[in-house]
Ligand binder design. Structure first.
Ligand code: FAD
Ligand code: SF4
Length: 471
């Protein structure tokens, strides 16, 4: 295949469209919504890339994937080379190709976006990563370095911990990940539903790290089973990537009624424990007929689309601001609408009403209007006096966000925290404890997969330097 196209020929190619499962069909199943590009489509899309020398797209990627290089290899039909470059830069490319907000990162910097549509970098990342999974025989086995004799403990098996572990294993250090849950992946597995990120993708990406020599010990809660001080004694360095999984409460009357879930509990029951997906599953879940999800981020979209798949007639987003203020990815909002999700905008919950048996029956709501911008730059929602109403519901899901769980930090009194309970770390992830580094949601609050991975990568470089005596 030729990659010797002129700029004019490249500019004449239109951006590819992602094939999708039919909206009506998929609103009742858990199969993946985006179906992925075929090889011819992917190569054609890659040929849109202008292979810019200044590489602005790379600057937009928190893990610095060599985008023009892997896209260029794909455009020339050299798939093993494209996979080698991609896997060398990103420990979880098939995950990132599915869930990263490329539209605000690499694709936002793509020069082709200035006068039209950016190169579909995310779709190409997913294509190359999936191709590599399907063709292991075409890839050279990664060369394993000699063991350095140094060891690192990683707390948490989410994107931050997995990335740090992969980078350190590549340098020849012995890495052990301690994970509180019985399975790997963090939010990737227990939060993001199968229809956006199939579990088999996480399994294969984690298995690649295990092949590189990373040890994973599940069912170990740091702060209970072992403390940070014990890890400091047993390992040369520690990386903490335990996320921020504690729900923020709604703080309104009725929050304790039956039928009211925190988003993480709702999603964990379904995604990690299999509730509602097979009749034989031991974990129960309420299949609401009328479900209200409070919030408008990615978590809220995952809940509302999951509720629809579990059979809800009305599956509603209730959000106090307007549509343009919603923090979820544009693609998720678009998919939710196609699947029949309702958006009850400029509406704030006041109270959850219940019956005499303690079951939620309605959400009392306050109509809002948008006022002046607040500290976040978004217009502040203000109540419209006298305009409250009741929304009939049987399940309410609180998707207002999460914060740091104090379980680990409570047993490490010298670990400095900020006022929200997140661990304080410098630009390399170093905390107030010697040899203890941190990254991901535990230092940022709820953020994104790729920012957590970027933290893991940066901290791994600093840990390598620390345990190698500054070399
Ligand atoms: P986590 O993924 O939270 O992983 C932390 C791990 O540490 C978990 O496995 C946890 O069990 C473990 N752990 C916690 N405490 C302990 C302990 N004491 N001892 C041992 N282990 C412990 N981001 C995107 O970029 N795109 C999306 O589409 C997107 N969708 C999302 C959907 C949902 C429902 C949610 C909740 C988040 C979403 N995010 C998305 C955000 C993204 O998933 C997180 O920012 C990211 O997973 C953070 O990675 P992490 O490694 O810091 O933490
Ligand atoms: Fe290709 Fe866009 Fe990156 Fe230029 S900015 S190298 S066109 S992906």
């Amino acid at each position: 295949m030729s990659n010797n196209l002129s700029a004019k020929e490249r500019l004449a190619i239109d951006r590819v469209k992602m094939p999708e499962q039919d909206a009506v069909e998929r609103s009742r199943n858990f199969l993946e919504v985006n179906l992925g590009l075929g090889e011819a489509m992917a190569v054609r899309e890659a040929q849109r890339c202008l292979l810019c020398k200044p590489r602005p797209c790379v600057a937009g990627c928190p893990v610095g994937v060599s985008i023009p290089e892997f896209v260029g290899a794909l455009a020339g039909g050299d798939l093993p080379e494209a996979a080698r470059i991609l896997q060398g830069d990103n420990a979880l490319p098939a995950v990132c190709g599915r869930v990263c907000p490329q539209e605000t990162q690499c694709e936002a910097q793509c020069v082709r976006g200035a006068k039209g549509q950016p190169v579909a970098i995310g779709y190409l990342e997913r294509f190359v990563a999936d191709w590599a999974m399907a063709h292991p025989e075409r890839l050279a086995a990664p060369a394993l370095p000699a063991a350095t004799g140094k060891s690192v403990a990683v707390v948490g098996c989410g994107p931050a911990g997995l990335t740090a572990a992969g980078e350190l294993a590549r340098k020849g250090h012995a890495v052990t990940i301690f994970e509180a849950l019985h399975d790997t992946g963090g939010v990737l597995r227990y939060g993001i539903p199968e229809f956006r990120l199939p579990k088999t993708i996480i399994d294969v990406e984690v298995a690649r790290l295990v092949e590189m020599g990373v040890t994973i010990e599940c069912n170990v809660i740091i702060g209970k089973t072992l403390t940070i001080a014990q890890l400091q004694e047993q390992f040369d360095a520690v990386f903490i990537g335990n996320g921020a999984g504690l729900p923020t409460m709604l703080g309104i009357p009725g929050e304790n009624l039956k039928g009211v879930y925190a988003a993480n509990e709702y999603l964990t029951r379904i995604n990690l424990m299999g509730a509602g997906q097979t009749d034989s599953c031991a974990t129960p879940i309420l299949r609401g007929r009328k479900v209200a999800v409070i919030g408008a981020g990615n978590t809220a979209m995952d809940c509302v689309r999951t509720a629809r798949r579990l059979g809800a007639e009305r599956s509603m987003i209730v959000y106090r601001r307007g549509e343009s203020e919603m923090p979820a990815r544009v693609e998720e909002i678009h998919h939710a609408k196609e699947e029949g999700v309702e958006f009850v905008m400029l509406t704030s919950p006041l109270e959850i009403l219940g019956d005499d048996k303690g079951w939620a029956t309605a959400l009392r709501c306050q109509k809002m209007a948008l006022g002046e911008p607040d500290a976040s730059g978004r217009r502040r929602p203000v109540p419209v006096e006298g305009e409250d109403f009741d929304l009939e519901v049987d399940v309410v899901i609180n998707a207002l966000g999460t914060r740091a769980n104090p379980l680990l930090t409570a047993t490490a009194p010298d670990l400095k925290l900020n006022r929200w309970g997140n661990i304080e770390a410098d630009e390399n992830g170093l905390t107030s404890l010697p040899g203890v580094f941190a990254g991901g949601d535990i230092i940022r609050g709820g953020a994104t997969v790729i920012l957590a991975m970027g933290d893991g990568k940066r901290a791994a470089a600093a840990i390598h330097s620390y345990i190698s005596g500054g070399n």
